[in-house]
Design a protein around this ligand. Structure first.
Ligand code: SF4
Ligand code: SF4
Ligand code: FES
Length: 233
């Protein structure tokens, strides 16, 4: 059995077609690797783990942001088109320029640990902070993020509107810090200045996340509520 795999060529600004033999269990990344090995070794493409762990193989597969290494070929009917994530500038073929994402990440206020309550003169009166499992578990969900950028690609606010919204991936990162029980930094001003209000909680990012992080319900909405709390205070 064969499939027509259509890969975007940035040099020619069009899709180029390749006929690829399909075996049981193949994922889209296998087909791209076949094309590299048998037809054109110059195609620009990123991948590392082939296990949905490194986040580098994100692309739009038949128009939907997905990981190439996690998308089975038998889940797609007909031809398969593969193009780069469109929310970034293109470097070559399937490789986007993600340098701005790392610049934004550097601007996020860092982790700052709370001071221990301690009385060095009298050890018996030292107070310890009790941390409950539920407080740990809340931020653990966000630690699953593999920074694949697919949620950024799916966000219509970023794709279609000229706003300064930093986007769901960064909000997940901020929520991971904010919900850490031993962090005391206040990131509400940063989120406010970086457009979180533009998110209208459509949940497209949540639907697309390959790690099934509940981005909207568990990260964005609680962060929006925190900002409102600050305004009320
Ligand atoms: S919920 Fe917000 S961040 Fe997620 S895709 Fe929709 S507008 Fe973008
Ligand atoms: S939140 Fe999900 S979709 Fe967004 S970057 Fe992290 S793993 Fe990818
Ligand atoms: S190759 Fe690492 S996530 Fe796909």
């Amino acid at each position: 059995m064969y499939k027509i795999i259509k890969i975007y060529s940035s040099e020619e600004n069009k899709f180029k077609n390749y006929k690829v033999p399909i075996n049981e269990g193949m994922v889209v990344l296998d087909a791209v690797i076949y094309v590299l090995e048998h037809f054109d070794s110059t195609i620009g493409v990123r991948w590392n783990c082939k296990a949905a762990r490194c986040g580098s193989c994100g692309a739009e597969i038949n128009g939907i942001p997905k990981l190439m290494c996690k998308t089975r070929i038998d889940s797609i009917e007909g031809d398969i088109t593969i193009e780069p994530i469109k929310v970034f500038k293109n470097l070559k073929d399937l490789v986007p320029d993600v340098s701005d994402v790392w610049k934004t990440k550097k601007q996020i206020p860092y982790f700052e640990m709370i001071k221990e309550y301690s009385n060095k003169k009298n050890k018996a009166s030292t107070k310890y902070m009790k941390i409950y499992n539920i407080d740990i578990e809340r931020s653990q969900e966000f630690k699953k993020c593999i920074e694949c950028f697919l949620c950024l690609d799916s966000c219509h606010v970023i794709r279609e509107h000229k706003t300064n919204y930093i986007g769901p991936m960064h909000v997940v990162n901020i929520a991971s810090l904010d919900m850490n029980p031993i962090d005391k930094k206040d990131r509400r001003e940063f989120l406010n200045e970086n457009g979180i209000r533009y998110c209208n909680i459509t949940k497209c990012c949540t639907e697309i996340c390959p790690l099934h992080i509940k981005i909207t319900d568990n990260a964005i909405i609680p962060e929006k509520e925190r900002i409102n709390d600050k305004k009320i205070m």
